[in-house]
Design a binder for this molecule. Sequence first.
Ligand SMILES: *[C@@H]1O[C@H](CO)[C@@H](O)[C@H](O)[C@H]1NC(C)=O
Ligand SMILES: *[C@@H]1O[C@H](CO)[C@@H](O)[C@H](O)[C@H]1NC(C)=O
Ligand SMILES: *[C@@H]1O[C@H](CO)[C@@H](O)[C@H](O)[C@H]1NC(C)=O
Ligand SMILES: *[C@@H]1O[C@H](CO)[C@@H](O)[C@H](O)[C@H]1NC(C)=O
Ligand SMILES: *[C@@H]1O[C@H](CO)[C@@H](O)[C@H](O)[C@H]1NC(C)=O
Ligand SMILES: *[C@@H]1O[C@H](CO)[C@@H](O)[C@H](O)[C@H]1NC(C)=O
Ligand SMILES: *[C@@H]1O[C@H](CO)[C@@H](O)[C@H](O)[C@H]1NC(C)=O
Ligand SMILES: *[C@@H]1O[C@H](CO)[C@@H](O)[C@H](O)[C@H]1NC(C)=O
Ligand SMILES: *[C@@H]1O[C@H](CO)[C@@H](O)[C@H](O)[C@H]1NC(C)=O
Ligand SMILES: *[C@@H]1O[C@H](CO)[C@@H](O)[C@H](O)[C@H]1NC(C)=O
Ligand SMILES: *[C@@H]1O[C@H](CO)[C@@H](O)[C@H](O)[C@H]1NC(C)=O
Length: 795
Amino acid sequence: MSGIRWTAVLIVHVSTLCSATRLFGRANSSDVLKWVDPLIGSRSGGNVFSGATLPYGMAKAVADVDGENTGGFSTDGSRITGFSALHDSGTGGNPSLGNFPIFPQLCPDDDVNSCKFPIAARATHYTNDSVVAEPGYFGVTLENGIRADTTVSEHAALFRFDFSGAKVNGSTSPLLQLDLTDLWASRQNASISVEAPEGGTTGRIRGNGTFLPSFGAGSYVAYFCLDVSGGTIKDSGLWVNNRAGTETKDMYVTRGFNLFYLEAGGFIRFQEPVDGLIQARMGLSFISTDQACQNAEKEIPGPDFDFDGLVSKAKDAWRKKFEPITIETGGVDNSMQVSFWSAVYRTMLSPQDYTGENPHWQSDEPYYDSFYCIWDMWRVQLPFLTIMDPKTQSRLVRSLLDIYKHRGWLPDCSMSTCKGWTQGGSDADNVIVDAYVKNLTGIDWELAYEAIVNDAENEPLEWSIEGRGGLTSWKKLNYIPYLDFDPYGFGTNSRSVSRTLEYSYNDFCLATLAKGLGKDTSTKYLSRASNWQNLFKPDQASIINGTDPGFVGFFQPKYLNGTWGYQDPIACSPLADFCSLTSNPSETFESSVWEYQFFVPHDVRKVIELLGGADTFLRRLDYFHTSGLADIGNEPVFLTVYMPHYAGRPALSAERAHSYIPSRFNSSQAGLPGNDDSGAMASFELFANIGLFPNPGQNVYFIIPPFFQSVSITNPLTNKTATIRNLNFDKEYKSIYIQNATLNGEPYTKSWIGHEFFTEGWTLDLTLGEKESDWGTKEEDLPPSMSTGTMEYLK
Ligand SMILES: *[C@@H]1O[C@H](CO)[C@@H](O)[C@H](O)[C@H]1NC(C)=O
Ligand SMILES: *[C@@H]1O[C@H](CO)[C@@H](O)[C@H](O)[C@H]1NC(C)=O
Ligand SMILES: *[C@@H]1O[C@H](CO)[C@@H](O)[C@H](O)[C@H]1NC(C)=O
Ligand SMILES: *[C@@H]1O[C@H](CO)[C@@H](O)[C@H](O)[C@H]1NC(C)=O
Ligand SMILES: *[C@@H]1O[C@H](CO)[C@@H](O)[C@H](O)[C@H]1NC(C)=O
Ligand SMILES: *[C@@H]1O[C@H](CO)[C@@H](O)[C@H](O)[C@H]1NC(C)=O
Ligand SMILES: *[C@@H]1O[C@H](CO)[C@@H](O)[C@H](O)[C@H]1NC(C)=O
Ligand SMILES: *[C@@H]1O[C@H](CO)[C@@H](O)[C@H](O)[C@H]1NC(C)=O
Ligand SMILES: *[C@@H]1O[C@H](CO)[C@@H](O)[C@H](O)[C@H]1NC(C)=O
Ligand SMILES: *[C@@H]1O[C@H](CO)[C@@H](O)[C@H](O)[C@H]1NC(C)=O
Ligand SMILES: *[C@@H]1O[C@H](CO)[C@@H](O)[C@H](O)[C@H]1NC(C)=O
């Protein structure tokens, strides 16, 4: 199905681009970029940013719509309200950024007051088949015939508008307006100044605005510097609501009575006839307007902006990022390749490199933002970057540590330079320790230890934005109590079950680092890593639709006095209501007791034991995945897919992965089961596709057969190439059972492998068959668990 769609898009490229724009930097048949479709996840809740950006780029330019606009654009057929250049990708909740949109139009009868300035009035449908999205480029045609194209540098965007196909309204004088708003209409105040001398050929609009982060505390200031050219300037000025004037050129807007929100901004109009293109270069900064202008001037020099050159540069930057990985497809459907490469692309949209744009402190360390949120990213996205782009992953970790140094706390979530809301544990701990067990370089491990101990020992006043809450109870009672008494700090006093589980894993990770650094605290934190067991209620059953499926033993909330509370094990599952921080807050976050029952990444064997042994455990897992209880569109589910490895049945993990891919993760525009969460869904799919799935924080990857004949990844630190290869590969995926394996030519029976596979460039050959075999099933072949004493590095 996707193969057909891809062909259709190629035809569209030719027909629309020949009329409106030139062909540039287009992918040829041997270019990996031709497999990347940035529109995957652009509707049905994927919230993916589909526009033009560089890897980890701050500038993210796209058309914004009035439909599903969390990431700016959507292929949901809604209307375009503007074109803006700051965005986040795949996030949930409120739409993020989208500051200072610009919008092209023609004013009927040449009267500036008949132009449609406010969002609801100007919103215009796009022609569905005109959308072209490629790495580094986005283009679309409005129903009124105006074509818009955009590309980017690191901190600036270049837009160009072609009015030649526009349906005229007694006017051909192109007008470009700038709106002092953002996607969420969160502006608190803003300033603008317009300099565009009549009769001149270039105009500049500068300004700033204070806005609110889409999932965080405080406010942030964004600055812009817009240079417009392409004709002779007719007039310029300001607009407020649906009125405009040319006399005043500067304005300050704020919120007054009832937090009244004024729609306002500036405009520049060109004399007719305009047969060329109107270009608009948007410089951006979080530091100052001057820096926004300098960013634009440095990165996109004028007066003649080289649009095509910028697109080529962006494409080259993306090609470079894809270099480490190659696949031999073995003849699988092309849609699998589109899905794969597009997922690789999406893992590098965020975090965003704001180095040099940090308004809060000065430092020589890198500064990354849009960790949105680490709760989503630590499980698979950041581990994927550790394989593909370990140099950047080191910079990300250094950036987290620099935040600790200057703010006193590691972040749990961040966006638009603000602190985001914490969802569970202090999960930056897991990210840092994952980097440690995988030997990433250039990181100050003593500082890392200090930062994580701070999370483990000290409760911040506001633990909804950093650190952990309820630490007094945690230390005294060894669990987070239901309705805790906590006069030491403030946060949403919910999620006692999921926080207990997450804090246990955070402490496990800390114990690992402590052990590695030779600290004597490792025993203490290992002991705290078992705290999860205190919320296991052995006689708890789960009644579903009036029927008892027969599984006994679930986590339950527990009061301060040790008495059990109660949360229906199916509450917060897809069979019940969603539970977030604000809607329906519960004792488990965004997922049910059913799902959290499996969240003990460091001691799955103990979970298996508590749940009654391998057979019951496997039946429970199977029931979970087939009854509608599993939420494959959210991160806590990820590890459950691979848990059969711990019960000696790696074949069942492979079966489960195939049950979700491609049926729930595929190359269609609606091809994600939930918010991409800045690349988390993408990475879940990628790790399954390459046949090695991480248990992050531990030096462990579970082995299943890759979805391609073979996958090779060259480690950018050691330059050694690791290859995982299927023998007897079957593109219909009937043979997905490993019969036996060799590692560098020697028989290999373990169902898991360490990160050395990648750094040392090993070769893993898997022989496949149509039936489950006894490969990877023996006790000595199972992945390590804390309670079985099989974690060598903790001894
Ligand atoms: C195709 O694109 C790749 C990547 O840019 C380039 O190396 C190769 O030379 C191109 N091949 C042709 C035939 O243009
Ligand atoms: C454009 O696509 C949207 C979303 O699929 C659809 O609702 C709408 O009808 C389409 N418009 C046209 C003109 O085909
Ligand atoms: C022309 O005017 C019509 C009706 O007011 C409007 O829908 C259309 O978008 C305008 N065209 C342009 C190019 O601004
Ligand atoms: C703009 O709003 C922010 C946030 O409310 C406030 O801190 C700042 O003082 C305001 N700026 C001006 C100039 O009023
Ligand atoms: C925004 O710009 C106005 C006008 O230049 C200036 O007075 C104000 O200080 C700026 N605000 C910030 C937060 O930089
Ligand atoms: C990390 O370095 C240690 C010490 O050199 C080595 O034993 C270990 O195998 C390395 N781990 C990885 C994942 O490369
Ligand atoms: C413990 O506290 C809960 C909640 O206040 C209460 O319902 C329960 O009766 C208490 N149990 C005991 C044994 O006091
Ligand atoms: C519960 O009942 C509903 C409505 O009959 C049904 O859709 C759902 O599949 C049932 N769930 C389970 C787990 O049996
Ligand atoms: C692609 O994934 C979406 C989202 O999970 C799903 O709704 C759709 O059915 C899938 N399409 C195919 C052809 O499997
Ligand atoms: C890896 O290759 C790069 C580029 O050729 C080179 O600069 C670097 O020194 C190599 N690193 C190692 C460890 O060989
Ligand atoms: C692996 O299994 C295949 C098929 O069962 C068999 O032909 C082959 O000899 C086995 N190789 C090893 C190394 O055991």
